[in-house]
Design a protein around this ligand. Structure first.
Ligand code: B4P
Length: 199
């Protein structure tokens, strides 16, 4: 038996399910960097970079940034040294095309586990409207939040079955306190990762 030495994780779920909140905790627990495509885009927007200018209007409408551009950014980020022993992807892949692109980047190996954070639509709208008051994110208005939910249902939800078929899906109830959700994720991930020992 050989133990895997890398830890490649993904957290997926509807907007407002708590991905960003939990990503930091998961990354710290497994000693890997959390890589959020949303954070990368927002940093570029606030820095006024060419990439930021290219994606600002798309994100403010609650649409997805084109796959080609998003794939390129992630491919570049994954070649950085801190990602060599593993990573936690937050918000990528979000389309079937992005899954195929990531498969190519991982060159035959695969993700070890995919946390699916579940939360109902009304709860996530309430959370995001609260965040809007605190942080003023341009894509946290009620109309745009509802649109992001539709985009998730159309383009991202189909990935759940795909990862389930691969046997790496860890569904977790995202309702409750941040710490209660974190504990559920840790338990689910520990169980999934201990089962990945190759024979
Ligand atoms: P993201 O940054 O991924 O935005 P998000 O889906 O809203 O998730 P986020 O992490 O911010 O919110 P979370 O659920 O953690 O993407 C933003 C945009 O970037 C996308 O719409 C798209 O345009 C673009 N983009 C990103 N990735 C892309 C890709 N791969 N392809 C194409 N385009 C892409 O948290 C929400 C709130 O809930 C927080 O305020 C938090 O404090 C609160 N919360 C968390 N847990 C809670 C709990 N247990 N109880 C109460 N509140 C809680």
């Amino acid at each position: 038996m050989t133990q895997n030495t890398t830890t490649r994780l993904l957290i997926i779920g509807p907007p407002g399910a708590g991905k960003g909140t939990q990503a930091g905790k998961i990354a710290a627990r497994y000693g890997v960097p959390a890589i959020s495509t949303g954070d990368i885009f927002r940093a570029n927007i606030s820095g006024g970079t060419p990439l930021g200018q290219q994606v600002q209007a798309i994100i403010e409408r609650g649409e997805l940034v084109p796959d080609e551009l998003t794939n390129e950014i992630v491919a570049d980020r994954l070649t950085q040294e801190d990602a060599a022993a593993g990573f936690l992807l937050d918000g990528y892949p979000r389309t079937v095309d992005q899954v195929h692109a990531l498969d190519g980047m991982l060159d035959g190996s695969s993700l070890d586990a995919v946390v699916l954070l579940e939360a109902d639509a009304d709860e996530v709208v309430a959370r995001l409207l609260k965040r809007a008051e605190l942080e003023g994110r341009a894509d946290d208005t009620e109309d745009v939040i509802r649109h992001r939910q539709d985009v998730y249902a159309e383009q991202t939800a189909p990935l759940i079955e795909l990862f389930s078929e691969r046997g790496i899906l860890v569904p977790v109830d995202g309702l409750g306190t941040v710490d209660a959700v974190a504990e559920r994720i840790a338990n689910g991930l520990d169980a999934q990762l201990s089962a990945r020992v190759s024979h």
